[in-house]
Design a protein around this ligand. Structure first.
Ligand SMILES: Cc1ncc(C[n+]2csc(CCOP(=O)(O)OP(=O)(O)O)c2C)c(N)n1
Ligand SMILES: [Mg+2]
Length: 616
C-alpha cells in the first residue's frame, strides 16, 4: 500500500502549495511566494488553521481589501515574469466576490494567480448560511460561480479527495505559457475541515520549469517567406516578450535585420526606449514615430501581443492595404488573430530561429535612417511636453518629466493602470530595463495602482517602486497603502489631483457630450469635496507631503529617497491638457441620434473615421 497522510482538505492544500518549487536564475525557490488572506466565515477555521501550520515555509500575508490583495498577487506575477506567483484565500460571499475584479485583471493579462475563495457548505445542512445567496431554481449555484468567466480553470471542491486532481490541474494551468491565467478552486467550507488519507506523494517537492514551444516547420517557413519580401517591416512587441524574457533576442533581431520596433502597453520595456530602433509606443497612445511605421508597414511581426484596440487603433492604424501580419505567439488564439499568419512559438525561441533562418536578410537600409529621423522628431515633441514649468497647474506630462528625472532611473519600476496617465506614460516614459514599466492596461483597473505596486515590490525588493495615480483611482482603492507600511515594503506614490475623472471628461467632450458627472465640479453635489490626500495618506502611516510646483515635486521626490517607509507626494494638475503629438483614432461609438448638435458632429466624424479601417 502506498503511504498516506491524514489531513484535512485545507491542510492538504497548504502542504501541497509549499512543496511546489521553480528555478529562478539558477536557484531553486518556492513557486508560491506566499498566500494573501483575509479570513472570515468560510476560511478561518479551515484554510486559516492549515496556513498557520506552514507559515514558516509559505508565508500568509494579511491585507485590507480582497480586491487589493488579489491585485497585489496579479502584479507580483507580472513583475516576476510569470515565473513565480501567489495564492489568495477569502471567506465566502462578499469576501470571495471582492476578488472577482482582480481575477478579471489576471485573466485579461494572462497572469497566474491561485484564487481560493471559501464556498457554502457542500452538505447543505445548515443552509442558508451567513453570506450565502439563495438561487430559487438551482441548488448548485453560489456566488463563486462568478469566478468561472474570469478563470482559466475553475473547480468546486465538494469532497476532500477531489483536491488531489484539482491541485495538479491548477499547477498545470498556472505554469502553462498558453493557458496561463487565474485558477479558482472554490473550497466548500465544511469540506475544508474534512479529513482524508492523502497519498504522501502529493506533498513531495516538485520543480516546475518554463516550457518554451518551438515553431512548427511549415509555419516557420511561411513566416520567413513573408519577411524576406518585406520592404517596410515593423515589429510590434507585446507583453509576451517580457514574459518570455526575450529582450536580448528581440534586440538582436531588430539590429541584425534592421527592423524598427514599436511597443504595446504590456510590451513597453521589452526593449529600452533609448534603443535607436525602438520607436516607442504604438497605436492610440502611440508616438508619431511608431505610428508612422505602423501606417505604412507591409509586414508586421506581432510578437507576444493580444492586438487589443489600443494597439491596432481599432484596426484603422495599418493603412497599407497589402499589410501581412505574422503572429509570433505562444497561444494559437492570439497568433492567428485577425487573419495573421500564425507562428506559434515561445517569443524567445521563435525570434531566435526566425533570425537564424533569415540569415543575410535585412530590411532596406534606408529604414534605419528614417527610424532615426522619426525618433528624433518625436523626442523633440516628448521633451517639450515633459519640460519643467512654472504653471499653476502642471500637466500630467510635466509631472511625468519630474518623476522621470528624479527617480525614473535604471532601478525604478513605474506602476500605473487607469486614467489619463497610461496614455501619457505610454508615449512619454523612458523605460530602461525589462519590467521597469508596469502598466496594467488589459483591464485598466482603477484601484490597481497602489495594491499592484505592493505586489511589484514583493517581487522586486531591490527596485524603487514608483506609483503614479490619479485622484479618482486613489479614492477607489488605497487601503493596501497601509499594508505596504505594515509589511515594510516602501513605495513612492505620486498622486495627481485634477479633481475628478479627467480622461473620461475629455473623452466625453471628444464624443460631443456635455461635461457631465466626471469632474467633481460637473457632478451632482451639495458640498464640493475638498479631499486632503496628504492628510489621508499620513493617517495611514505614510510620509506625506503636498507640493505646488514641478520644482518642488522634484525636491520632494529627492527627499523621499531618505524615508524609511512608503512616501506619498500630492500635486494638483490640470484636467484638460494632454500631449497632442502622436496618438491615433480609437473606436468609441458615438450616438447615432441626439438633440445635441455637438454629438451629431462627432457622430459624422466617427462614421468617417470608422470607414478608414483596413484590417480586422
Ligand atoms: C474600476 C474602474 N472603474 C471605472 C473605470 C473607467 N475609468 C477609466 S479612467 C477613469 C477616471 C480615472 O480618474 P483618475 O484616476 O482621477 O485619473 P484622470 O482621468 O483624472 O487622469 C474612469 C472612471 C475603470 N477604468 N476602472
Ligand atoms: Mg483625476
Amino acid at each position: 500500500m502506498a503511504k498516506t497522510i491524514r489531513l484535512t482538505m485545507a491542510q492538504a492544500v497548504a502542504h501541497f502549495l509549499k512543496a511546489q518549487m521553480t528555478v529562478v536564475d539558477g536557484k531553486k525557490v518556492p513557486i508560491f511566494a506566499g498566500v494573501w488572506g483575509i479570513f472570515g466565515h468560510g476560511n478561518v477555521a479551515g484554510m486559516g488553521e492549515a496556513l498557520y501550520q506552514v507559515r514558516n515555509e509559505l508565508p500568509t500575508l494579511r491585507a485590507h481589501n480582497e480586491q487589493g490583495m488579489a491585485h497585489a498577487a496579479v502584479a507580483f506575477a507580472k513583475a516576476a515574469f510569470r515565473q513565480r506567483f501567489m495564492a489568495c484565500t477569502t471567506s465566502i460571499g462578499p469576501g470571495a466576490l471582492n476578488m472577482i475584479t482582480a481575477a478579471g485583471v489576471a485573466h485579461v493579462n494572462r497572469l497566474p494567480v491561485l484564487f481560493l475563495p471559501g464556498d457554502v457548505f457542500a452538505n447543505r445542512i445548515p443552509d442558508p448560511v451567513l453570506q450565502q445567496i439563495e438561487n430559487f431554481g438551482d441548488g448548485t449555484v453560489s456566488v463563486n460561480d462568478a469566478f468561472r468567466c474570469v478563470s482559466r480553470y475553475f473547480d468546486r471542491i465538494t469532497r476532500p479527495e477531489q483536491i488531489i486532481s484539482a491541485l495538479k490541474r491548477a499547477m498545470q494551468v498556472l505554469t502553462d505559457p498558453v493557458d496561463c491565467g487565474p485558477v479558482t478552486l472554490s473550497l466548500c467550507q465544511d469540506v475544508q475541515a474534512e479529513a482524508y488519507d492523502y497519498p504522501a506523494s502529493l506533498f513531495e517537492e516538485k520543480v516546475w520549469t518554463t516550457r518554451r514551444p518551438r515553431p512548427d516547420t511549415d509555419e516557420l517557413a511561411a513566416a520567413i517567406e513573408t519577411l524576406r519580401k518585406a520592404q517596410k517591416p515593423l515589429i510590434i512587441a507585446g507583453g509576451g516578450v517580457l514574459y518570455s524574457q526575450a529582450t536580448a533576442e528581440l534586440q538582436a533581431f531588430a539590429e541584425t535585420h534592421g527592423v524598427p520596433v514599436a511597443v504595446t502597453q504590456a510590451g513597453k520595456s521589452a526593449i529600452a526606449d533609448d534603443h535607436p530602433l525602438c520607436m516607442g509606443s504604438v497605436g492610440v497612445t502611440g508616438t508619431s514615430a511608431a505610428n508612422a511605421f505602423a501606417e505604412e508597414a507591409d509586414v508586421i511581426l506581432a510578437v507576444g501581443t493580444r492586438l487589443q484596440d489600443f494597439t491596432t487603433g481599432s484596426w484603422a492604424l495599418f493603412k497599407n492595404g497589402g499589410v501581412t501580419m505574422v503572429g509570433l505567439n505562444t497561444a494559437p488564439f492570439d497568433a492567428a488573430k485577425h487573419d495573421s499568419q500564425p507562428l506559434v512559438a515561445d517569443a524567445r525561441e521563435g525570434l531566435k530561429l526566425l533570425s537564424q533562418a533569415l540569415d543575410g536578410w535585412s530590411a532596406p537600409a534606408a529604414i534605419t535612417q528614417t527610424a532615426k529621423t522619426r525618433k528624433d522628431a518625436w523626442m523633440v515633441a516628448a521633451n517639450h511636453a515633459t519640460a519643467p514649468t512654472n504653471a499653476d497647474l502642471p500637466s500630467d506630462a510635466q509631472v511625468i518629466g519630474a518623476v522621470q528625472r528624479s527617480i525614473g532611473g535604471e532601478n525604478s519600476v513605474l506602476v500605473c493602470a487607469a486614467g489619463g496617465l497610461p496614455g501619457e506614460l505610454h508615449k512619454l516614459w523612458q523605460a530602461k530595463k525589462p519590467g521597469g514599466y508596469h502598466m496594467e492596461y488589459g483591464f485598466s483597473c482603477m484601484g490597481y495602482e497602489i495594491a499592484g505596486a505592493l505586489g511589484v515590490k514583493l517581487a522586486r525588493p531591490e527596485a524603487d517602486v514608483v506609483v503614479m495615480v490619479g485622484d479618482g483611482s486613489y479614492m477607489m482603492m488605497n487601503s493596501e497603502l497601509s499594508t505596504s507600511i505594515m509589511l515594510g515594503q516602501k513605495l513612492t506614490i505620486i498622486v495627481l489631483d485634477n479633481r475628478g475623472y479627467g480622461c473620461i471628461n475629455r473623452l466625453q467632450m471628444a464624443t460631443g457630450s456635455a461635461n457631465f458627472n466626471n469632474l467633481l465640479k460637473d457632478a451632482m453635489i451639495e458640498v464640493m469635496p475638498d479631499i486632503d490626500f496628504r492628510a489621508h495618506a499620513e493617517s495611514m502611516g505614510a510620509v506625506a507631503v503636498k507640493v505646488s510646483s514641478i520644482a518642488d515635486l522634484e525636491t520632494a521626490i529627492e527627499q523621499s529617497k531618505g524615508n524609511d517607509r512608503t512616501s506619498v507626494i500630492v500635486i494638483d494638475t490640470d484636467p484638460l491638457i494632454t500631449t497632442e503629438e502622436g496618438g491615433h483614432w480609437w473606436d468609441v461609438a458615438v450616438p447615432e441620434v441626439s438633440p445635441r448638435s455637438e454629438v451629431n458632429k462627432a457622430r459624422a466624424a466617427y462614421v468617417k473615421a470608422r470607414a478608414a479601417r483596413t484590417v480586422g
